[in-house]
Design a protein around this ligand. Structure first.
Ligand SMILES: *Cc1c(COP(=O)(O)O)cnc(C)c1O
Length: 253
């Protein structure tokens, strides 16, 4: 009896009440910690917090967590697999149609997924080749352009995604000549065995060069749970944080 009535007195969504939803309380504490790290890094770098967008990387976590984060004010969501993200996007829209979220695609993207991703994403951060630009361009309505970031490989390897720095200017021109796409900037992941400050400084120089011909391309998406301070020191405008907000992802397989 009492359990059935536990939440009925207020009629409010239990996800919005951390006392009744331990997961919301956990996410609230983690978001506070990450925001404190971002604040401290901005202060140390003499930058304004307004220059930074926190993207919560919700891959492997359920739609309920996306809703919990939105209630906490984290409204930029990052996903890396269309098979997971498309139904999650639709579930979130069903759970709360009033939510105003921005969905960022951050994973390697096959051309045959471009149509799906262009339907529900606001930003595709992992654009790294002309064939993908063409596929996204035809998939999107020019009335509502899709923002794309060019993903740069910072170690000269392209097998795990990312274009070579030398190819960025021609990719940028390809995006800018397409009415349904809007060039937002650049994105990168620091190479595993590299110093993140050096890697992100390199990304910043690539961004500077890009902005000579494309001044609107101001976004620099860099930094994850382990290296967001280095990214902010080196000029990042977007950090993509999974583990530090949502916890350790369950192992695949
Ligand atoms: C998973 C992922 C992240 C988040 O990584 P964490 O270490 O969990 O913060 C950021 N960027 C990309 C491209 C990712 O795939």
């Amino acid at each position: 009896m009492s359990t059935a009535n536990a939440d009925s007195d207020s009629g409010s969504d239990p996800r919005s009440n951390p006392r009744r939803d331990p997961r919301s309380a956990e996410l609230a504490a983690n978001v506070a910690d990450v925001n404190e790290r971002i604040d401290r890094a901005c202060n140390a770098a003499g930058r304004s917090r307004d220059e930074l967008t926190l993207v919560a990387v919700t891959k492997t976590w359920p739609a309920d967590d996306v809703v919990r984060l939105a209630i906490l004010g984290v409204t930029d969501v990052g996903e890396n697999r269309d098979q997971e993200a498309a139904p999650k996007h639709d579930d979130v829209a069903l759970l709360d149609p009033s939510m105003q979220l921005r969905w960022h695609f951050i994973g390697q993207l096959q051309r045959n997924k471009a149509r799906s991703v262009a339907r529900y994403c606001d930003v595709v951060q992992s654009v790294d080749r002309e064939s993908l630009i063409a596929a996204l361009a035809t998939a999107r309505d020019p009335e509502v352009p899709l923002t794309v970031l060019l993903q740069v490989s910072l170690d000269g390897q392209t097998a795990r995604g990312g274009a070579l720095a030398d190819d960025i200017p021609s990719l940028a021109d390809a995006v800018e000549s397409t009415a349904s796409l809007r060039l937002g900037g650049v994105m990168a992941v620091a190479p595993l065995d590299a110093d993140p400050d050096e890697a992100f400084a390199r990304l910043w120089r690539i961004s500077e060069r890009l902005r000579i011909d494309h001044p609107i391309a101001t976004a620099v998406s860099a930094g994850m749970s382990g290296d967001l301070e280095a990214a902010i020191r080196q000029g990042a405008t977007h950090v993509r944080v999974g583990t530090s907000i949502l916890g350790h992802r369950p192992a695949f397989g």
